[in-house]
Design a protein around this ligand. Structure first.
Ligand SMILES: [Zn+2]
Length: 318
């Protein structure tokens, strides 16, 4: 009987052991499977994230490329626009130049050459003129002042006389230097009564310089500076060196605040205290002493009409 009970018990524990073993195996395999699945999910997630990241990077790269392409296109467009604008300006400049109604005739006057709104020259002539000029800086050491917008070029004979005049001023006003604020100018400017448009500027002649004392700033207010020492001296002495005050106040034709039409009587429409023009000693003396203007300072226009070099100042006829 006892022996039978023991046998029974052993049978049960063997069964339980088997059950336990099976359960354990199931649990272990479940855990392993779980771990494997979790690993796979993690890997998959990582892979997805990596792909996402790559995709994003690729998109960013593409966006950057597109941005750069657009930028380049914009730059190109702007450059083309600028070029077109410049072309248009050139065309406009040509169109705005008064028809050459005999204006070029005065070129043959040599030192008495007349260029103004009624006696104009072509841009080709202006560019060509440059070739025959010399640098007053390189040849004579005459310096350029502030806000100079020219090449400091001049016709050789005029430059030689300019040098003599500058030296004389510097001897008179000891310790001071006279500088140019542009001599020959290829292009005109559009700043109203103080400047001249391309084709109409006395600066195209290569016989002219704007002159200031080196102590002078950049201000161009003539009413304030008309009595500066260098301009007083120039007005009184420049003719001895063949230079004239090209735009004296008396011939401006009216206040500088108002637009002036250059008429047929010799008005210049300009008042530039600093603007000196070479015409040669004989003509300069006759202009400064007013030989044809009742002893008063003449304008180049009026002088040329008086000596019958030009017949019609208003319509640009020699
Ligand atoms: Zn000038």
């Amino acid at each position: 009987m006892i022996k039978g009970v023991g046998k029974e018990k052993r049978k049960i524990s063997k069964k339980m052991l088997i059950i336990f073993g099976v359960v354990f195996a199931i649990v272990v395999s479940g855990v392993i499977t779980g771990l494997v699945v979790a690993g796979n999910i993690k890997r998959e997630k990582e892979e997805t994230a990596r792909i996402e990241e790559e995709k994003q990077l690729e998109e960013e790269r593409k966006a950057e490329e597109e941005r750069r392409r657009q930028e380049e296109e914009e730059q190109k467009r702007q450059e083309e626009e600028k070029q077109a604008e410049e072309e248009k300006k050139k065309e406009e400049e040509k169109k705005n130049m008064p028809a050459v109604s005999g204006g070029n005739c005065t070129i043959s006057f040599g030192n008495l050459m007349l260029i103004n709104p009624n006696f104009t020259v072509s841009t080709d002539w202006i560019d060509n003129r440059k070739k025959s000029l010399i640098s007053v800086s390189k040849t004579y050491g005459i310096k350029e002042g502030k806000s100079s917008n020219g090449d400091n070029l001049m016709e050789a004979e005029a430059a030689k006389h300019l040098n003599e005049m500058v030296k004389a001023y510097e001897a008179y006003n000891s310790g001071h230097t006279m500088v140019t604020r542009s001599c020959y100018r290829a292009r005109g400017t559009t700043c109203g009564r103080l400047c001249a448009k391309t084709g109409t500027s006395d600066h195209h002649t290569g016989l002219t310089c704007d002159l200031v004392d080196s102590s002078y700033g950049t201000d161009l207010d003539t009413s304030k500076y008309n009595d500066h020492k260098e301009w007083q001296w120039l007005r009184e002495n420049s003719y001895k060196y063949g230079f004239i005050d090209r735009f004296p106040e008396a011939w401006a034709g009216g206040p500088m605040s108002q637009p002036i039409n250059v008429d047929g009587n010799g008005t210049t429409g300009l008042f530039e205290t600093w603007h000196y023009r070479y015409v040669g000693v004989t003509a300069a003396t006759e202009i400064a002493t007013g030989k044809y203007n009742n002893g008063k300072y003449d304008s180049l226009e009026h002088y040329l009409k008086s000596i019958k070099k030009v017949s019609d100042l208003k319509n640009g006829k020699c």
